[in-house]
Design a protein around this ligand. Structure first.
Ligand code: MG
Length: 120
């Protein structure tokens, strides 16, 4: 497990090096990168398209672990590149968003519920 020792900054640096070595920054506007994030998420979903229930989907995670890992990596990679391109501090964004969601979904109303905040 290198998650515990690898920082987002280190991953962002690796992604930036990969991009710079290929001179791909010229293709990385907000439109292109946001589409890339969505398309990679769709590739992850494609793996589970025909699963009949959560149990079958969980089995597919095990059977197709490499493909699942690769699509997750593609999503995060595109996200890191977007953040790098537009000077967005991803750690700060995640921390802010969790705090924002905690207000939208107070424990006393949201615990055990699968409804949207405006339906609680
Ligand atoms: Mg992919």
């Amino acid at each position: 497990m290198i998650d515990k020792t690898t920082t987002i900054a280190e991953l962002q640096q690796k992604a930036a090096s990969f991009i710079n070595e290929r001179n791909w920054r010229q293709f990385h506007g907000a439109k292109n990168l946001s589409m890339a994030i969505t398309l990679e998420a769709a590739e992850l979903m494609e793996i589970f398209t025909w699963a009949r229930d959560q149990k079958e989907a969980a089995q597919l995670v095990e059977e197709k672990k490499e493909a699942v890992k690769h699509e997750l990596a593609d999503i995060v990679f595109a996200t890191l590149v977007f953040c790098d391109e537009f000077n967005i501090d991803l750690s700060e964004a995640i921390i802010e968003k969790i705090a924002h969601n905690a207000k939208k979904y107070p424990i006393e109303k949201a615990k055990g519920m699968n409804k949207k905040y405006n339906e609680l």
